[in-house]
Design a protein around this ligand. Structure first.
Ligand code: ME8
Length: 656
């Protein structure tokens, strides 16, 4: 076994209270994609996932089904694992918090902190939220509802055990400041630093058995069980040998990345980090908190009834398109809105048209004219040289993006190459070259295309582990394994013979989109439903205001409007009214600053289509080069409504 430090990646341990949905699938797929990528770079990978099985939520779910908690979790865990098999998740270990190997480490950690005086006993009264299993202070709950889940909280007074979290506050702040990559993305890092500006309280880590019995007993107080978060977080070390197999532990720990959703950032960045400090262990290299998948009704949750079931999507569209879609659509770190229409549009555009079509168009022509053989030639056409150079640049950008969990950027760069390649086919017109029997140039064109398909397929494999090898098979590189770090232009061997292409991504019927729309609850209705009045917003540079008097028709035509799709949105520092947006307008991505922060939260915006003025001179706003304006109008009630198409339009298309 190699003694090299492993790339150790973890997912959250999902609560074993209910079945999993695409949000959970997304986190686990993200860890799977990172693992596959790192393995292809030649690193040892340790990928951990599992289940969080103690606590009130699980106890209540079991009770509702008339089962004991362990009967309930045993059943549910089979479903978790079968979903991971369906999604082809290549995890190395699955830890359950009910396993002995975990429980004894939790007891060890509790004992260590107790002996050290970092856990103490005290009378406590506070406001308790049962579903979230946490206490709030008087000040935090002025309305007596939980700030997280909005349900009623109850006042409870009891003796409990506390972890001296406050003792590590400054050490944690210093660590975050000294390790810029520790909490990612940057907005989450700022959020944690903001949270740490307030004095940090101590953490109640016990629950009296009288109230909750389903948990790990405190080794020094048998009437209590451990708080579910203290229990669950410890999994990241209990699963890799701490403290009983330190040889293994030292090979794997610290984690390269705890991949989590933004909902559990505080527990990881603050509770877990201070627990590790108290135990004298190193902190993970990175905690990456991604955004949420939301639907028209907000974050997915059982109680809202807007759950998207990953099994259904895989059954309908296939595993690889499902994996691809989630990471192409979401800017990792931001929220994204799931709609099936969007899925179909993406599938048809990126997979059926761009990637799938290349083989479909080219390979029959290669078989007909050149006996299916790629003949290796040095690039002579300027476009062939450009593509060879672009492939190398895309690989560098891709590796950089993947090392930093920027999946969206990685896929975007691959698709830049695919789109360039489709253009190359149009420019070089191989069908004409064949007619003219210009074999030398035709061979060069086919080689460039074949080599690019090979290149792209290797890069895309972590996302599409089944279809990418199928593309390789079709171009005659069946079973080819190349470490991404070794991937280089020109490795497609002379004389490689392609096979008859099989359709890879049959176009999805747009009829289904029509049906979805008819059946939909007006999701695609215009956003500006309230009667809009023309209003001037304060940041005139950022949001266009239509109050500047009359213009001639010719003047109006000078303004080029287009459909822009918002990719990311974030607050502009020290500017309450401004949001920095990146928008996709088809052939390019633009950055612009919009004065809409008082009306829209950044997380509500990604995925929305808006109308944008395209041909506006760029302007610097708060140091950011803003290139474009989005249209909005004031509403009767003093709000602001963004102008959007009333059904999904082609991104980038001119508005006439
Ligand atoms: O919090 N979009 O478990 P959990 C994206 N047991 N990701 C989502 C999502 C959504 N709509 N919904 C859920 C717990 N997730 C604890 C964790 S860790 C030691 C203990 C993903 O079952 C995301 O990763 O509520 C989120 O953080 C996690 O599921 C919450 O899973």
């Amino acid at each position: 076994m190699s003694s090299e430090k492993s790339f150790y990646i973890t997912t959250p341990l999902y609560y074993a209270n209910d079945e999993l949905h695409i949000g959970h699938a997304f986190s686990t797929l993200a860890a799977d994609i990172a693992s596959r990528f790192q393995r292809s770079m030649g690193r040892n990978v340790h990928f951990l996932t599992g289940s969080d099985e103690h606590g009130q939520k699980v106890e209540q779910a079991a009770k509702a089904k008339g089962l004991s908690p362990i009967e309930h979790t045993d059943r549910l865990i089979e479903k978790f694992k079968s979903l991971w098999t369906l999604l082809d998740i290549t995890y190395d270990d699955f830890i359950r918090t009910t396993e002995d190997r975990h429980k004894k480490v939790v007891c060890h950690a509790l004992n260590e902190l107790w002996k050290k005086g970092d856990i103490y006993e005290a009378e406590y009264s506070g406001w308790y939220c049962t579903p979230c299993e946490r206490f709030w202070t008087e000040k935090e709950v002025p309305e007596k509802v939980c700030p997280d889940c909005k349900r009623a909280v109850q006042e409870i007074s009891e003796k409990n055990y506390f972890f001296k979290m406050s003792k590590y506050q400054q050490q944690l702040i210093d660590h975050i400041n000294n390790h810029p990559g520790f909490i990612r993305p940057e907005n989450r890092r700022n959020e944690v630093l903001g949270f740490l500006r307030q004095p940090l309280g101590d953490l109640c880590i016990s629950r009296p058995k009288a109230r909750l019995s389903w948990g790990i007993e405190l080794p020094f107080a048998p009437d209590y069980v451990t708080y579910v978060w203290f229990d669950a977080l410890t999994n990241y070390i209990s699963a890799v040998g701490y403290p009983f197999d330190m040889e293994k532990f030292n090979r794997i720990w610290p984690a390269s990345c705890h991949l989590i959703g933004k909902d559990i950032l505080t527990t990881h960045a603050v509770y877990w980090s201070t627990m590790l400090m108290a135990l004298g262990l190193s902190l993970p290299e990175c905690i990456f908190a991604h955004g949420w998948w939301v639907t028209g009704e907000g974050k997915m949750s059982k109680s809202v009834g807007n759950i998207i079931n990953p099994r259904e999507l895989v059954a309908r569209y296939g595993l690889d398109p499902f994996r691809f879609y989630l990471f192409r659509e979401m800017v990792f770190g931001m929220d994204a809105t799931y709609t099936e229409e969007n899925f179909i549009l993406r599938y048809n555009a990126d997979l059926a048209n761009d990637y799938g079509n290349l083989c479909q168009r080219m390979l029959p022509m290669l078989i007909k004219n050149r006996d299916g053989q790629f003949r290796k030639t040095a690039p002579t056409l300027p476009q062939s040289k450009e593509i060879a150079e672009m492939a190398a640049a895309v690989k560098t950008d891709y590796i950089n993006a993947m090392e930093n969990f920027l999946y969206h950027d990685a896929l975007k760069r691959i698709w830049d190459l695919i789109q360039r390649l489709n253009k190359y086919v149009d420019e070089t017109a191989p069908w004409k070259l064949a007619k003219e029997q210009n074999w030398a140039v035709l061979d060069e064109v086919f080689y460039t295309i074949g080599e690019s398909i090979r290149f792209v397929s290797h890069l895309v494999e972590p996302f599409m582990p089944h279809l990418a090898p199928e593309f390789l098979r079709q171009i005659g590189c069946d079973g080819q394994k190349v470490s991404i770090s070794d991937l280089a232009w020109g490795q497609l061997a002379d004389g490689t013979r392609c096979t008859e292409p099989a359709p890879m991504f049959p176009r999805l019927e747009t009829e289904r989109i029509q049906n979805l729309k008819k059946g939909s609850k007006g999701e695609a209705a215009p956003k500006a439903e309230k009667p809009a009045k023309v209003a001037k917003t304060e940041e005139k540079t950022a949001v266009i205001s239509a109050e500047d008097g009359l213009v001639s028709f010719d003047d109006f035509l000078k303004t080029e409007l287009c459909i822009a799709r918002i990719e990311t949105a974030e607050k502009v520092e020290n500017a309450d009214k401004l949001l920095k947006l990146t928008v996709n307008i088809g052939e390019e991505t633009r950055t612009l600053v919009a004065g809409i922060a008082a009306f829209y939260k950044p997380e509500e915006l990604p995925g929305r289509q808006v109308v944008m003025v395209k041909n506006l001179k760029p302007a610097k706003i708060r140091g950011i080069l803003s290139h474009g304006m989005i249209l909005a109008a004031g509403t009767e009630d003093g709000g602001l409504a963004l102008v959007s198409p009333d059904k999904p339009a082609k991104t980038g298309i001119r508005v006439k």
